[in-house]
Design a protein around this ligand. Sequence first.
Ligand SMILES: [Zn+2]
Length: 429
Amino acid sequence: MYSANMTNFLKKKNYLFYFLGLALFFLLYSLGVNQIKSHNNVKKSSLNSFLNSNEFNNIKEYVFKNLNSPYKEFNYIVQNNDTIEKILKKHNIVNQDINSVAASVVKKKLSNIFAKTEVKIVAKEESGVNKIISLSYPINEITTVEIKRNKDTFIINEIVLKLEKKEVVLSNTIKKNLYSSAIEAGIEPNIIVEFANMYGFEVDFQRDIRSGDKFEVYYEQYIDENNVVRNTGKIIYASMFVNNKELALYNFKFNNKDGYYDVDGKSVIKTLMKTPINGARLSSSFGLRRHPILGYNKLHQGTDFAAPRGTPIMASGSGVILRAQKYKGYGNFVSIKHNSTYVTAYGHMSKYGRGVRKGVRVDQGQIIGYVGSTGMSTGPHLHYEVIKNGKRINSQRLKLPTGKTLTNEARNRFEVERIKIDVRLAALR
Ligand SMILES: [Zn+2]
């Protein structure tokens, strides 16, 4: 009686097992069907081929075996200097898969990965090596590359998030410095950098800013379905209250180029920047000083800005590169001819900007090199010179010629645009 009961129980248990197995099978089957449906207009034949495919068989096998799964999932954080190839090698992926995936993503220009992002790999172990089932990684703020095995080849898709453009107006009062107050207001770092560049001609962020000064920025954000900001667009308007006056700047397209103009239609761009570097401290000004290395009094014929090694240095105006090589005590040195009157020079760089060499044209704000301490220098800083008609002058006292003022038809268009911006601004505040 006891054993009969037991057999019965086991039978029941078997039934239960088969039932559960079948239920799971149909669940997965319908999931597979749904997935295929949602992956839009795939024909029936490919559904059948999916059901007969290794991938689906593998899933079935996985469900029924359940124990000691050959499937593995890796979530790997990208390190500096990683490539897709290197990452796959680190996960013991079979060479054939590595070569096939690496070659296809390079061909499709989808191989750029970035440190600190996550790569997801689902692999199946077979005789000591892993075969890729799927692989995904982001290549920018809004695009993820998804790679799936299809028999012995791979299907590569770019999944792009649907983003919505949203306009925001954010403002704050400066407490310590512009950067921390802007972050506090919720402004993204790249917008802060752009904002600082816009005002770089008018405001010396080291010395003009006082606690209590105000700023406002009206710009574009791109948000995803969850209201998360994924990217930013252009600054439409900004204003800064500094040195007891307000300077408002409006974005306006002139000759197909976005620029910033004040209420009178005057461009903010001047021929040269006072400070061709962001976030630097003026550490030694133009004039007589005790030379830190030579030890005697010497006329310092430039301005020094202390900044961490590697900080980008910008061309303070557009022009043609005269020199981009080691030069005397200047170490790695760049000089730019802007017009018949002005030349600027930059010393002690750790390295040069991309493509920066003699004879090349550069735009204002373009990165020409990075802060270093090469040549006769006691620590990382930029030595900056402005040379007017062959004579070195104090860049900080330079009265710069202003940029162009919009006239005639362009001025009329600007006025219309400015009023529109003011109206939208008032509504968004
Ligand atoms: Zn110097």
